[in-house]
Design a protein around this ligand. Structure first.
Ligand SMILES: *Cc1c(COP(=O)(O)O)cnc(C)c1O
Length: 448
Protein backbone atom coordinates (compact mmCIF):
# COMPACT_ATOMS: atom_id res chain seq x y z
CA UNK A 1 0.00 0.00 0.00
CA UNK A 2 1.34 3.41 -0.93
CA UNK A 3 1.49 6.07 1.83
CA UNK A 4 -1.64 7.77 0.42
CA UNK A 5 -3.65 4.55 0.88
CA UNK A 6 -3.64 3.56 -2.80
CA UNK A 7 -2.05 0.49 -4.34
CA UNK A 8 1.15 0.37 -6.34
CA UNK A 9 0.96 -0.64 -10.00
CA UNK A 10 3.66 -0.71 -12.70
CA UNK A 11 4.08 2.52 -14.67
CA UNK A 12 3.36 0.47 -17.77
CA UNK A 13 2.90 -3.19 -18.71
CA UNK A 14 5.74 -4.69 -20.76
CA UNK A 15 4.55 -5.73 -24.24
CA UNK A 16 5.17 -9.11 -25.83
CA UNK A 17 4.51 -10.40 -29.35
CA UNK A 18 3.96 -13.70 -31.18
CA UNK A 19 7.70 -14.30 -31.69
CA UNK A 20 8.23 -13.93 -27.96
CA UNK A 21 5.51 -16.50 -27.29
CA UNK A 22 7.17 -18.93 -29.69
CA UNK A 23 10.46 -18.56 -27.81
CA UNK A 24 8.72 -19.00 -24.48
CA UNK A 25 6.97 -22.13 -25.67
CA UNK A 26 10.37 -23.68 -26.36
CA UNK A 27 11.70 -22.40 -23.02
CA UNK A 28 8.79 -23.93 -21.09
CA UNK A 29 9.16 -27.26 -22.88
CA UNK A 30 12.94 -27.48 -22.58
CA UNK A 31 13.75 -25.75 -19.31
CA UNK A 32 10.49 -25.73 -17.41
CA UNK A 33 8.21 -23.44 -15.46
CA UNK A 34 10.86 -21.73 -13.30
CA UNK A 35 12.84 -20.63 -16.37
CA UNK A 36 9.69 -19.15 -17.92
CA UNK A 37 8.90 -17.41 -14.62
CA UNK A 38 12.34 -15.77 -14.52
CA UNK A 39 11.84 -14.41 -18.06
CA UNK A 40 8.38 -12.97 -17.43
CA UNK A 41 9.09 -11.61 -13.94
CA UNK A 42 12.37 -10.18 -15.23
CA UNK A 43 10.38 -7.88 -17.53
CA UNK A 44 9.10 -6.09 -14.39
CA UNK A 45 12.26 -6.06 -12.27
CA UNK A 46 15.39 -4.26 -13.40
CA UNK A 47 17.61 -4.38 -10.33
CA UNK A 48 18.05 -8.12 -9.86
CA UNK A 49 20.66 -9.62 -12.23
CA UNK A 50 19.16 -12.23 -14.54
CA UNK A 51 21.22 -15.14 -13.13
CA UNK A 52 20.10 -14.25 -9.60
CA UNK A 53 16.46 -14.05 -10.65
CA UNK A 54 16.74 -17.46 -12.30
CA UNK A 55 18.04 -18.87 -9.01
CA UNK A 56 15.18 -17.23 -7.10
CA UNK A 57 12.59 -18.77 -9.44
CA UNK A 58 14.29 -22.19 -9.42
CA UNK A 59 14.15 -22.24 -5.62
CA UNK A 60 10.53 -20.98 -5.57
CA UNK A 61 9.23 -23.55 -8.08
CA UNK A 62 11.18 -26.64 -7.10
CA UNK A 63 10.40 -30.17 -5.92
CA UNK A 64 8.28 -28.84 -3.07
CA UNK A 65 5.58 -28.97 -5.80
CA UNK A 66 3.88 -32.32 -6.39
CA UNK A 67 4.27 -32.15 -10.18
CA UNK A 68 7.50 -31.28 -12.03
CA UNK A 69 5.42 -29.31 -14.56
CA UNK A 70 4.43 -27.03 -11.59
CA UNK A 71 1.25 -26.01 -13.49
CA UNK A 72 0.13 -29.07 -15.49
CA UNK A 73 -2.96 -28.82 -17.69
CA UNK A 74 -5.55 -31.60 -18.11
CA UNK A 75 -8.36 -31.99 -20.60
CA UNK A 76 -11.90 -32.06 -19.18
CA UNK A 77 -13.88 -32.05 -22.44
CA UNK A 78 -13.55 -30.67 -25.97
CA UNK A 79 -12.10 -27.16 -25.69
CA UNK A 80 -12.31 -27.24 -21.89
CA UNK A 81 -9.10 -27.53 -19.85
CA UNK A 82 -8.09 -27.49 -16.22
CA UNK A 83 -4.83 -25.80 -15.14
CA UNK A 84 -3.68 -27.02 -11.72
CA UNK A 85 -2.42 -24.26 -9.46
CA UNK A 86 -2.57 -26.34 -6.29
CA UNK A 87 0.53 -28.52 -6.47
CA UNK A 88 2.52 -26.43 -3.97
CA UNK A 89 3.35 -27.25 -0.35
CA UNK A 90 0.03 -26.03 1.14
CA UNK A 91 -2.10 -27.52 -1.68
CA UNK A 92 -3.71 -24.20 -2.66
CA UNK A 93 -2.95 -21.68 -5.41
CA UNK A 94 -1.67 -19.15 -2.83
CA UNK A 95 1.59 -21.14 -2.99
CA UNK A 96 2.17 -19.93 -6.56
CA UNK A 97 2.72 -16.42 -5.20
CA UNK A 98 3.98 -17.12 -1.69
CA UNK A 99 6.81 -19.37 -2.82
CA UNK A 100 8.21 -16.56 -4.96
CA UNK A 101 7.59 -13.95 -2.26
CA UNK A 102 9.56 -16.02 0.28
CA UNK A 103 12.56 -16.17 -2.04
CA UNK A 104 12.33 -12.46 -2.93
CA UNK A 105 12.22 -11.55 0.78
CA UNK A 106 15.29 -13.70 1.48
CA UNK A 107 17.21 -12.19 -1.39
CA UNK A 108 16.34 -8.60 -0.59
CA UNK A 109 16.82 -8.88 3.19
CA UNK A 110 20.25 -10.39 2.60
CA UNK A 111 21.09 -7.59 0.21
CA UNK A 112 19.98 -4.94 2.72
CA UNK A 113 21.27 -6.85 5.75
CA UNK A 114 17.86 -6.56 7.43
CA UNK A 115 15.36 -8.76 9.19
CA UNK A 116 11.57 -8.89 8.90
CA UNK A 117 8.72 -9.97 11.13
CA UNK A 118 5.65 -10.97 9.15
CA UNK A 119 2.44 -10.31 11.04
CA UNK A 120 -0.71 -11.63 9.39
CA UNK A 121 -4.21 -12.96 9.89
CA UNK A 122 -5.67 -15.93 8.07
CA UNK A 123 -8.99 -17.68 7.73
CA UNK A 124 -7.27 -20.69 6.19
CA UNK A 125 -5.25 -20.83 2.98
CA UNK A 126 -3.09 -17.71 3.17
CA UNK A 127 -1.62 -18.58 6.55
CA UNK A 128 -0.38 -22.02 5.64
CA UNK A 129 0.90 -20.87 2.23
CA UNK A 130 2.85 -18.05 3.92
CA UNK A 131 4.23 -20.33 6.62
CA UNK A 132 5.40 -23.01 4.19
CA UNK A 133 7.00 -20.30 2.02
CA UNK A 134 8.85 -18.58 4.87
CA UNK A 135 9.85 -21.74 6.70
CA UNK A 136 13.60 -21.85 7.27
CA UNK A 137 14.24 -18.34 5.90
CA UNK A 138 16.59 -17.16 8.61
CA UNK A 139 15.94 -13.44 8.30
CA UNK A 140 12.17 -13.82 8.51
CA UNK A 141 9.92 -14.62 11.46
CA UNK A 142 6.19 -15.19 11.13
CA UNK A 143 3.40 -14.44 13.61
CA UNK A 144 0.13 -15.68 12.10
CA UNK A 145 -3.22 -15.06 13.76
CA UNK A 146 -6.08 -17.45 13.14
CA UNK A 147 -9.61 -17.68 14.54
CA UNK A 148 -9.55 -20.41 17.17
CA UNK A 149 -11.58 -23.46 16.13
CA UNK A 150 -12.98 -21.82 13.01
CA UNK A 151 -10.78 -23.37 10.34
CA UNK A 152 -11.30 -26.87 8.95
CA UNK A 153 -9.58 -29.68 10.87
CA UNK A 154 -7.24 -30.14 7.92
CA UNK A 155 -6.35 -26.44 7.71
CA UNK A 156 -5.66 -26.31 11.46
CA UNK A 157 -3.46 -29.39 11.26
CA UNK A 158 -1.61 -27.97 8.26
CA UNK A 159 -0.66 -24.79 10.06
CA UNK A 160 -0.27 -25.93 13.64
CA UNK A 161 1.90 -28.95 12.80
CA UNK A 162 4.66 -26.75 11.35
CA UNK A 163 7.67 -27.21 13.61
CA UNK A 164 10.01 -24.27 13.17
CA UNK A 165 11.18 -21.85 15.87
CA UNK A 166 10.68 -18.89 13.50
CA UNK A 167 7.00 -19.66 12.84
CA UNK A 168 4.46 -18.67 15.50
CA UNK A 169 0.80 -19.64 15.24
CA UNK A 170 -1.49 -17.57 17.41
CA UNK A 171 -5.08 -18.80 17.79
CA UNK A 172 -7.31 -15.89 18.82
CA UNK A 173 -10.53 -16.48 20.71
CA UNK A 174 -12.61 -14.68 18.04
CA UNK A 175 -13.45 -14.50 14.35
CA UNK A 176 -11.26 -13.85 11.33
CA UNK A 177 -12.39 -10.20 11.41
CA UNK A 178 -11.19 -9.95 15.02
CA UNK A 179 -7.81 -11.30 13.92
CA UNK A 180 -7.60 -8.73 11.14
CA UNK A 181 -8.55 -5.96 13.54
CA UNK A 182 -5.71 -6.93 15.86
CA UNK A 183 -3.25 -6.85 12.95
CA UNK A 184 -4.59 -3.42 11.98
CA UNK A 185 -4.31 -2.09 15.52
CA UNK A 186 -0.73 -3.27 15.86
CA UNK A 187 0.15 -1.88 12.44
CA UNK A 188 -1.27 1.49 13.42
CA UNK A 189 1.47 1.82 16.04
CA UNK A 190 4.33 3.21 13.94
CA UNK A 191 6.83 2.87 16.77
CA UNK A 192 6.06 -0.81 17.34
CA UNK A 193 6.19 -1.43 13.58
CA UNK A 194 9.57 0.19 13.20
CA UNK A 195 11.13 -1.35 16.28
CA UNK A 196 10.16 -4.90 15.34
CA UNK A 197 10.45 -4.56 11.52
CA UNK A 198 6.83 -5.59 11.02
CA UNK A 199 5.81 -6.49 7.45
CA UNK A 200 2.92 -8.20 5.70
CA UNK A 201 2.22 -10.74 2.97
CA UNK A 202 -1.41 -9.82 2.29
CA UNK A 203 -3.19 -10.05 -1.00
CA UNK A 204 -2.45 -6.49 -2.18
CA UNK A 205 1.28 -7.21 -2.33
CA UNK A 206 2.21 -6.52 -5.96
CA UNK A 207 4.80 -9.31 -5.97
CA UNK A 208 1.97 -11.80 -5.48
CA UNK A 209 0.18 -10.56 -8.60
CA UNK A 210 3.50 -10.59 -10.45
CA UNK A 211 4.12 -14.25 -9.61
CA UNK A 212 0.62 -15.16 -10.75
CA UNK A 213 0.99 -13.62 -14.23
CA UNK A 214 3.30 -16.49 -15.12
CA UNK A 215 0.73 -19.29 -14.94
CA UNK A 216 -1.55 -17.59 -17.45
CA UNK A 217 1.33 -17.75 -19.92
CA UNK A 218 2.25 -21.32 -18.94
CA UNK A 219 -1.33 -22.56 -19.36
CA UNK A 220 -1.83 -20.67 -22.64
CA UNK A 221 1.39 -22.14 -24.06
CA UNK A 222 0.19 -25.66 -23.22
CA UNK A 223 -3.25 -25.44 -24.85
CA UNK A 224 -2.97 -22.96 -27.72
CA UNK A 225 -1.11 -22.90 -31.02
CA UNK A 226 -1.77 -19.19 -31.26
CA UNK A 227 -5.53 -18.92 -30.99
CA UNK A 228 -6.99 -16.88 -28.13
CA UNK A 229 -7.84 -18.64 -24.87
CA UNK A 230 -10.41 -17.68 -22.23
CA UNK A 231 -9.74 -18.26 -18.54
CA UNK A 232 -12.35 -19.02 -15.87
CA UNK A 233 -11.07 -17.81 -12.52
CA UNK A 234 -12.41 -18.37 -8.98
CA UNK A 235 -12.23 -14.88 -7.51
CA UNK A 236 -12.40 -13.34 -4.05
CA UNK A 237 -9.98 -10.49 -3.57
CA UNK A 238 -9.52 -10.03 -7.34
CA UNK A 239 -5.91 -11.21 -6.94
CA UNK A 240 -5.97 -14.31 -9.09
CA UNK A 241 -7.81 -12.62 -11.94
CA UNK A 242 -5.87 -9.32 -11.66
CA UNK A 243 -2.86 -11.31 -12.86
CA UNK A 244 -4.89 -12.50 -15.87
CA UNK A 245 -5.81 -8.91 -16.61
CA UNK A 246 -2.13 -7.93 -16.61
CA UNK A 247 -1.22 -10.90 -18.84
CA UNK A 248 -3.88 -9.81 -21.35
CA UNK A 249 -2.66 -6.21 -21.22
CA UNK A 250 0.87 -7.48 -21.93
CA UNK A 251 -0.40 -8.95 -25.19
CA UNK A 252 -1.08 -12.60 -24.30
CA UNK A 253 -3.98 -13.59 -26.59
CA UNK A 254 -6.68 -13.94 -23.93
CA UNK A 255 -10.24 -13.70 -25.20
CA UNK A 256 -12.47 -13.59 -22.11
CA UNK A 257 -11.59 -13.39 -18.43
CA UNK A 258 -14.50 -15.27 -16.86
CA UNK A 259 -14.79 -14.13 -13.27
CA UNK A 260 -16.50 -16.59 -10.92
CA UNK A 261 -17.77 -15.84 -7.45
CA UNK A 262 -19.81 -17.83 -4.96
CA UNK A 263 -22.87 -16.45 -3.15
CA UNK A 264 -20.67 -13.52 -2.05
CA UNK A 265 -21.08 -11.91 -5.45
CA UNK A 266 -19.63 -8.41 -4.99
CA UNK A 267 -17.53 -8.72 -8.14
CA UNK A 268 -20.12 -10.49 -10.27
CA UNK A 269 -22.56 -7.72 -9.40
CA UNK A 270 -20.08 -5.09 -10.59
CA UNK A 271 -19.45 -6.72 -13.95
CA UNK A 272 -23.18 -7.22 -14.52
CA UNK A 273 -24.43 -3.82 -13.32
CA UNK A 274 -21.54 -1.37 -12.96
CA UNK A 275 -22.28 -1.01 -9.24
CA UNK A 276 -19.54 -1.91 -6.79
CA UNK A 277 -21.12 -2.37 -3.38
CA UNK A 278 -19.01 -3.44 -0.42
CA UNK A 279 -20.77 -5.81 2.00
CA UNK A 280 -20.75 -5.69 5.78
CA UNK A 281 -19.37 -8.58 7.81
CA UNK A 282 -22.97 -9.56 8.67
CA UNK A 283 -23.86 -9.72 4.96
CA UNK A 284 -20.86 -11.90 4.14
CA UNK A 285 -22.02 -15.51 3.95
CA UNK A 286 -20.07 -18.58 5.06
CA UNK A 287 -20.09 -20.82 1.97
CA UNK A 288 -18.64 -24.13 0.83
CA UNK A 289 -15.94 -22.21 -1.08
CA UNK A 290 -14.73 -20.31 1.99
CA UNK A 291 -11.58 -18.77 0.53
CA UNK A 292 -13.83 -16.58 -1.62
CA UNK A 293 -16.08 -15.39 1.21
CA UNK A 294 -15.13 -11.74 0.97
CA UNK A 295 -17.02 -8.51 1.51
CA UNK A 296 -14.73 -6.29 -0.55
CA UNK A 297 -12.15 -7.13 -3.18
CA UNK A 298 -8.85 -5.62 -2.10
CA UNK A 299 -7.14 -5.75 -5.52
CA UNK A 300 -10.11 -4.50 -7.51
CA UNK A 301 -8.91 -0.90 -7.70
CA UNK A 302 -5.95 -2.07 -9.78
CA UNK A 303 -8.41 -2.97 -12.55
CA UNK A 304 -10.57 0.14 -12.06
CA UNK A 305 -7.40 2.21 -12.52
CA UNK A 306 -6.95 0.74 -16.01
CA UNK A 307 -10.68 0.88 -16.76
CA UNK A 308 -10.60 4.63 -16.06
CA UNK A 309 -7.56 5.10 -18.31
CA UNK A 310 -5.23 5.32 -15.31
CA UNK A 311 -6.89 8.43 -13.88
CA UNK A 312 -5.39 8.25 -10.38
CA UNK A 313 -7.40 11.19 -9.02
CA UNK A 314 -10.68 9.56 -10.01
CA UNK A 315 -9.65 6.20 -8.52
CA UNK A 316 -8.60 7.91 -5.27
CA UNK A 317 -11.98 9.62 -5.15
CA UNK A 318 -13.91 6.38 -5.78
CA UNK A 319 -12.01 4.17 -3.33
CA UNK A 320 -11.19 6.90 -0.84
CA UNK A 321 -14.08 9.25 -0.43
CA UNK A 322 -17.10 7.73 -2.19
CA UNK A 323 -16.67 4.15 -0.98
CA UNK A 324 -16.02 5.28 2.58
CA UNK A 325 -19.03 7.60 2.64
CA UNK A 326 -21.58 5.66 0.57
CA UNK A 327 -20.30 2.07 0.74
CA UNK A 328 -20.69 1.80 -3.04
CA UNK A 329 -20.07 3.47 -6.39
CA UNK A 330 -21.76 3.18 -9.75
CA UNK A 331 -19.86 3.26 -13.05
CA UNK A 332 -22.77 2.07 -15.21
CA UNK A 333 -23.18 5.49 -16.87
CA UNK A 334 -19.59 5.68 -18.10
CA UNK A 335 -18.61 4.82 -21.70
CA UNK A 336 -15.60 3.02 -20.18
CA UNK A 337 -17.98 0.60 -18.46
CA UNK A 338 -20.02 0.03 -21.63
CA UNK A 339 -16.83 -0.72 -23.56
CA UNK A 340 -15.33 -2.86 -20.80
CA UNK A 341 -16.09 -6.27 -22.29
CA UNK A 342 -14.80 -5.34 -25.72
CA UNK A 343 -11.64 -3.79 -24.31
CA UNK A 344 -10.78 -5.86 -21.22
CA UNK A 345 -12.79 -9.03 -21.80
CA UNK A 346 -14.41 -9.54 -18.39
CA UNK A 347 -17.57 -11.60 -18.10
CA UNK A 348 -18.84 -12.89 -14.78
CA UNK A 349 -21.20 -15.17 -12.91
CA UNK A 350 -21.73 -16.76 -9.53
CA UNK A 351 -22.57 -20.21 -8.24
CA UNK A 352 -24.64 -21.70 -5.44
CA UNK A 353 -23.71 -24.62 -3.22
CA UNK A 354 -25.92 -26.91 -5.34
CA UNK A 355 -24.19 -25.69 -8.54
CA UNK A 356 -20.82 -26.52 -7.05
CA UNK A 357 -21.89 -30.00 -6.02
CA UNK A 358 -23.24 -30.58 -9.55
CA UNK A 359 -19.99 -29.33 -11.11
CA UNK A 360 -17.86 -31.59 -8.89
CA UNK A 361 -20.07 -34.53 -9.85
CA UNK A 362 -20.11 -33.81 -13.60
CA UNK A 363 -16.34 -33.28 -13.88
CA UNK A 364 -15.80 -36.50 -11.96
CA UNK A 365 -18.19 -38.39 -14.25
CA UNK A 366 -16.80 -36.91 -17.47
CA UNK A 367 -13.08 -36.82 -16.81
CA UNK A 368 -12.48 -38.85 -13.64
CA UNK A 369 -10.98 -35.76 -11.99
CA UNK A 370 -12.05 -34.55 -8.54
CA UNK A 371 -12.12 -30.76 -8.31
CA UNK A 372 -12.44 -28.68 -5.15
CA UNK A 373 -15.42 -26.36 -4.46
CA UNK A 374 -13.55 -23.17 -5.52
CA UNK A 375 -12.62 -24.71 -8.84
CA UNK A 376 -16.24 -25.87 -9.07
CA UNK A 377 -17.32 -22.20 -8.85
CA UNK A 378 -15.23 -21.46 -11.92
CA UNK A 379 -16.38 -24.60 -13.73
CA UNK A 380 -20.03 -23.66 -13.15
CA UNK A 381 -19.59 -20.11 -14.38
CA UNK A 382 -17.42 -21.14 -17.35
CA UNK A 383 -20.15 -23.48 -18.58
CA UNK A 384 -22.99 -21.03 -17.93
CA UNK A 385 -21.15 -18.19 -19.66
CA UNK A 386 -21.40 -19.83 -23.08
CA UNK A 387 -18.01 -18.37 -24.01
CA UNK A 388 -16.91 -20.20 -27.20
CA UNK A 389 -13.44 -21.48 -28.10
CA UNK A 390 -10.73 -22.75 -25.78
CA UNK A 391 -11.47 -22.26 -22.08
CA UNK A 392 -9.02 -22.96 -19.27
CA UNK A 393 -10.49 -23.29 -15.78
CA UNK A 394 -7.99 -22.43 -13.05
CA UNK A 395 -7.92 -25.03 -10.28
CA UNK A 396 -7.14 -23.30 -6.98
CA UNK A 397 -7.08 -25.99 -4.29
CA UNK A 398 -6.69 -29.71 -3.83
CA UNK A 399 -9.99 -31.40 -2.90
CA UNK A 400 -8.41 -32.92 0.24
CA UNK A 401 -8.81 -29.51 1.88
CA UNK A 402 -12.60 -29.72 1.57
CA UNK A 403 -13.36 -33.29 2.52
CA UNK A 404 -17.01 -32.86 3.55
CA UNK A 405 -18.15 -31.07 0.39
CA UNK A 406 -16.46 -33.68 -1.80
CA UNK A 407 -18.16 -36.52 0.07
CA UNK A 408 -21.47 -34.68 -0.25
CA UNK A 409 -20.96 -34.35 -4.02
CA UNK A 410 -19.63 -37.76 -5.06
CA UNK A 411 -19.79 -39.87 -1.90
CA UNK A 412 -16.05 -40.50 -2.08
CA UNK A 413 -13.32 -39.26 0.23
CA UNK A 414 -10.84 -37.08 -1.69
CA UNK A 415 -7.40 -38.50 -2.22
CA UNK A 416 -4.85 -37.35 0.32
CA UNK A 417 -1.31 -36.66 -0.97
CA UNK A 418 1.23 -38.77 0.95
CA UNK A 419 2.81 -35.78 2.67
CA UNK A 420 -0.49 -34.95 4.39
CA UNK A 421 -1.23 -38.44 5.73
CA UNK A 422 -1.64 -38.32 9.51
CA UNK A 423 -1.02 -34.56 9.95
CA UNK A 424 -3.98 -34.32 12.35
CA UNK A 425 -2.07 -36.59 14.75
CA UNK A 426 1.14 -34.52 14.79
CA UNK A 427 1.94 -32.36 17.84
CA UNK A 428 0.39 -28.90 17.56
CA UNK A 429 2.41 -25.76 17.98
CA UNK A 430 -0.05 -22.97 18.65
CA UNK A 431 -0.34 -20.24 21.24
CA UNK A 432 -3.91 -19.48 22.31
CA UNK A 433 -4.81 -15.92 23.33
CA UNK A 434 -7.90 -13.91 24.22
CA UNK A 435 -9.23 -11.44 21.65
CA UNK A 436 -6.96 -8.61 22.82
CA UNK A 437 -4.37 -6.77 20.72
CA UNK A 438 -2.21 -5.97 23.76
CA UNK A 439 -1.80 -9.65 24.60
CA UNK A 440 -0.78 -10.42 21.03
CA UNK A 441 1.65 -7.54 21.11
CA UNK A 442 3.24 -8.83 24.33
CA UNK A 443 3.57 -12.30 22.85
CA UNK A 444 5.38 -10.88 19.81
CA UNK A 445 7.68 -8.74 21.96
CA UNK A 446 8.57 -11.77 24.10
CA UNK A 447 9.23 -14.06 21.13
CA UNK A 448 10.92 -11.94 18.47
C1 LIG B 1 -7.58 -17.23 -2.30
C2 LIG B 1 -8.32 -18.25 -3.04
C3 LIG B 1 -9.17 -17.93 -4.11
C4 LIG B 1 -9.46 -16.51 -4.56
O1 LIG B 1 -8.32 -15.82 -4.98
P1 LIG B 1 -8.29 -14.21 -5.01
O2 LIG B 1 -6.89 -13.89 -5.32
O3 LIG B 1 -8.70 -13.77 -3.63
O4 LIG B 1 -9.24 -13.78 -6.05
C5 LIG B 1 -9.79 -18.96 -4.79
N1 LIG B 1 -9.64 -20.24 -4.41
C6 LIG B 1 -8.83 -20.60 -3.38
C7 LIG B 1 -8.73 -22.03 -3.01
C8 LIG B 1 -8.16 -19.61 -2.65
O5 LIG B 1 -7.37 -19.98 -1.63
Amino acid sequence: MAPDGGLYVPVSYPQIDAAQLTDWRRLLQQEGYAALAAEIIGLFIDDIPSAELQGICQRAYDDSFDDPAIVPVSRIADGLWLAQLSNGPSAAFKDMAMQLLGELFSYELQRRDQRLVILGATSGDTGSAAEYALLGKDRVQVFMLSPQGRMSAFQQAQMYSIDDPQIHNIAVDGTFDDCQDIVKQLNADADFKRRYHIGAVNSINWARILAQIVYYFAAWLQVSDGEPVSFAVPSGNFGNIAAGHVAKQMGLPIDRLILATNENNVLDEFFRTGVYRVRSAAETLATSSPSMDISKASNFERFVFDLLDRDAAQVANLFGRILVEAGQFDLSGLPAFAEQQQRFGFVSGSSSHADRLAAIRSVYDEAGIVIDPHTADAMTVARASGVPGLVVVLETAKPVKFHDTIVEAINLAPERPARFVGIEQLPRRVHEVANDAQLVRRYIEANV
